[in-house]
Design a protein around this ligand. Structure first.
Ligand SMILES: *Cc1c(COP(=O)(O)O)cnc(C)c1O
Length: 365
């Protein structure tokens, strides 16, 4: 049996007719950037996140960058970022001219350890980016209270946490503002690149809307040196249809995860741990093993797809040679990068597929 790491087939089959009918409408409408579909999606997604405003943009990276720009973060500033995240979190900071300062995660939940944040704060620190890695929420109460004490902004990187609940509240509503990605593989994915900022800060939302649209609040009048990062009608119309199914699709991932959790029992693997105050939308189901490369090779031989999220921590990337970090400085991130491996996880996996993955994993020696 072949089990790919990800498949869109069951998801896309379910909505195919609705999507194609909608695309015809958008096509005939002859309005392609920031129209009615974008408006509606923004309202629906803000509501979904229990927040007041949503501003669509081109990517998740842009969403984070736009939030930082909206708070005037730039040269000379520092922003706290987890040491184990996708590089976009750090790049958003670098694009503004500010520097990312890496803080280590917990080894069990893989989310940033708030106890270590305070030590990393300097007089230049302006914000903390909390990443809800793999689909469970970071420890937001602790992060918010540290931020409050030091007068810092809290930005959620919600690229992997569409629909996650923290103490009953949605990610996207837990800090000052949140960046979402709708990269195709995310739990809510477009048919290409797309992203959004979610916030209940009205001033920030309107400033970001302007920055993302060449810095203009009226056509040909530019109040900021903005960028072009806009959501388009085709993507918004597709995202609206998918959003209506998201809770159901997340629930299906949860069911798959619970089967993995219950039945995977190979003692060479560490299964994921879910924090106390959060649920999980299982964007990624990551396990750890000291023999990761052998494990990946074994699964490949058995036609089971896996991906490493992520093999090289940011401070060891060539792109960040300029930052004052060396190998060994962030041992938890380094350990995770050597041991972590993500198992197949997508909406509509069959019991046969799930059981095959479990069986093969349990018989790995
Ligand atoms: C995917 C992702 C991003 C970036 O999103 P893009 O839409 O690809 O720009 C940012 N942060 C995290 C944690 C991600 O997983």
């Amino acid at each position: 049996m072949k089990v790919p790491f990800v498949s869109f087939v069951p998801m896309h089959k379910e909505i195919e007719n609705e999507v194609l009918t909608k695309f015809k409408k958008v096509y005939e409408n002859n309005w392609f950037i920031q129209g009615d579909e974008v408006d509606k999606f923004e309202n629906e997604f803000a509501k979904f996140c229990d927040a007041k405003y949503c501003v669509g943009c081109a990517t998740g990276l842009d969403a984070l960058y736009l939030i930082l720009r909206g708070y005037d973060i730039g040269y000379g500033d520092e922003v706290i970022v987890p040491s184990n995240t996708y590089i976009a979190t750090a790049l958003a900071v670098s694009y503004t001219g500010a520097n990312p300062v890496f803080v280590e995660p917990y080894i069990d939940t893989y989310n940033i350890n708030p106890e270590l944040i305070e030590k990393a704060i300097t007089k230049n620190t302006k914000a903390i980016i909390a990443v809800h890695l793999y689909g469970q929420a970071a420890d937001m109460d602790k992060i918010n209270s540290i931020a409050k004490r030091h007068n810092l902004k809290v930005i959620e990187d919600s690229a992997q946490s569409h629909g996650t609940l923290y103490k009953g509240r949605k990610t996207g509503s837990l800090g000052d503002a949140a960046g979402f990605s709708f990269y195709p593989g995310k739990n809510l994915g477009a048919l290409g690149d797309a992203g959004a900022v979610v916030t209940s800060d009205e001033k920030l939302a309107s400033k970001i809307r302007a920055i993302a649209n060449y810095g203009s609040d009226r056509k040909y009048h530019h109040i900021y040196k903005g960028i072009n990062s806009r959501l388009d009608e085709v993507q918004a119309s597709f995202l609206r249809i998918k959003l209506r199914n998201l809770e159901k699709w997340n629930e299906n991932r949860r069911l798959t995860a619970s089967k993995y959790m219950e039945k995977i029992n190979n003692s060479k693997l560490v299964k994921p741990a879910v924090g106390n105050n959060t649920n999980h939308v299982w964007h990624i189901f990551a396990v750890r093993t000291e023999e990761r490369d052998e494990f990946q090779k074994y699964l490949k031989e058995n036609e089971i797809g896996t991906v490493i999220h992520y093999p090289v921590p940011m401070h060891m990337q060539d792109a960040y040679k300029d930052l004052p970090y060396n190998a060994g400085d962030l041992p938890i991130a380094e350990k995770i990068s050597k041991e972590v491996i993500s198992l197949p996880m997508w909406y509509g996996m069959t019991d046969d597929e799930i059981n095959y993955v479990i069986e093969k994993i349990n018989s790995w020696k």
